[in-house]
Design a protein around this ligand. Structure first.
Ligand code: SAH
Ligand code: SF4
Length: 400
């Protein structure tokens, strides 16, 4: 039986070089291939003239570009958020979100199809677990967003002239599937700035993906090896070159994974989902707290902070009447006091399987102020993309 071709996006650069060497080719060809894909966004073998024909023919037989098909693409009325429903090779689906606010371009990426952790207020938890994603399937989400940014940037001049001429708003899907009209494309505020066309770096010619949050579907530390390999590929200096500080991994509190991140000195940001400041309150929202109890989680977090001399971002979904009182805020303050920590408050986003309401603005502000009194910096996350189900905890797909 012949082996299946390797997904190019599963390979680190050194692995691609090793592969070239094992085929009897110098690594310089592999370096060129890597640059074509990650710097120029080219996946078409015939559009890689600098590759010698023999290497190209071999690579074409052995490698496949495992990019995801767009099954649907939706744009939020906020003008800053796009959600992609992506089909994996086996027909399973995942969601990826592109956010473009506060001057930053961020991709919210999934690490699993579904999730096994069962947090009660989370749509991904409500749908259950399907499978881990491979490193290549994680990287391909970033490439999908990168391609969308390239297309949008290339399209800017066209959009401008369309609008000036009173012509139609443009199509937005990069595959033509489920393309729709984006009324926001007419708004200057949501239109990406034209990049410097005279720059010598291919990256600089389009709006770059600079931030990644592993906060999409799934629990990244449940899929540790694939996620870390993907992070290595995304960080590669000759590729997408994302800064470690621009990548944030959010975990429900998988203790062995947090310890491993510390022991391996992984330089990315870590966010830990807290939601309850006592074991009982937390376990009611986050069932896996029974397996990884709060006191042990705090020990692991302190270990991480001390070992790496780095802060942790704690996430707290604010649910009206459930975990948003002044008393709750003081409990969080006491729990985290003295830690290098920042708290991110996320007003609950609606999901079909949970009945709660988000905390209002005033109560959220109050919560924030109480935490400030404990020396804990704290932000309230802006609600974006809620109308298209692209907010925190809203990503979910049909299981089949
Ligand atoms: N599995 C990881 C990352 C994905 S969820 C984790 O749980 O941390 C990203 C963040 O959204 C987490 O803090 C999660 O608790 C939060 N979240 C889940 N459902 C939510 C909802 N309905 N409203 C607001 N935040 C939610
Ligand atoms: Fe999974 Fe995170 Fe959702 Fe919990 S909040 S079910 S860990 S994706």
């Amino acid at each position: 039986m012949s082996e299946l071709p390797t997904n190019f996006y599963d390979l680190t650069r050194p692995e691609l070089f090793e592969l070239a060497a094992s085929w009897g080719f110098p690594t310089v060809h592999a370096a060129k291939l890597w640059a074509y894909v990650y710097l120029s966004g080219v996946e078409n073998w015939s559009a890689m003239p600098e590759l010698p024909a023999r290497y190209r023919t071999k690579a074409e037989c052995e490698l496949v570009f495992g990019r995801h098909e767009t099954a649907a693409e939706t744009h939020s009325s906020d003008g800053f958020t796009r959600k992609y429903l992506l089909a994996l090779a086996d027909g399973r689906k995942i969601e990826t979100v592109l956010m473009r606010f506060t001057g930053r371009v961020t991709a919210c990426i999934s690490s699993q199809a579904g999730c096994a952790m069962g947090c009660v207020f989370c749509a991904t938890g409500q749908m259950g677990y399907i499978r881990h994603l491979t490193a290549g399937e994680i990287v391909a989400q970033a490439m999908h967003v990168d391609a969308a940014l390239r297309e949008t940037t290339n399209r800017v001049g066209q959009v401008g002239s369309d609008v000036a001429a009173g012509g139609p708003a443009c199509r937005v899907s990069n595959t033509g599937v489920a393309a729709h009209i984006d009324p926001q494309a007419r708004r200057p505020v949501a239109t990406p700035a034209l990049a410097d066309a005279t720059s010598s770096s291919p990256h600089d010619r389009h709006e770059r993906l600079r931030n990644i949050v592993l906060m999409g579907m799934g629990e990244p530390l449940h899929n540790y090896d694939a996620v870390m390999k993907a992070v290595d590929i995304l960080r590669d200096n000759n590729g997408l070159a994302l800064g470690a500080k621009k990548i944030t991994l959010s975990t429900v509190g998988v203790i062995p994974g947090i310890i491993r991140l510390a022991d391996e000195s992984r330089p990315i940001n870590l966010a830990v989902s807290l939601h309850g400041a006592t074991q009982e309150e937390r376990a009611a929202l986050v069932p896996v707290a029974k397996k990884w109890p709060l006191d042990e989680l705090m020990d692991a977090c302190r270990y991480y902070i001390e070992k790496l001399d780095r802060r942790i971002f704690y996430e707290w979904t604010l649910i009206e009447g459930k975990n948003d009182t002044a008393e709750n805020a003081h409990a969080v303050g006491r729990l985290l006091k003295g830690q290098q920590a920042q708290v991110n408050l996320i007003p609950l986003n609606p999901t079909n399987g949970y009945d709660g309401e988000p905390t209002g603005r005033e109560a959220a502000k109050n919560f924030q102020q109480i935490l400030a009194g404990y020396g804990l910096p704290c932000t309230v996350r802006q609600r974006r993309g809620i109308d298209i189900g692209a907010g925190c905890g809203q990503l979910a797909v049909a299981k089949r």
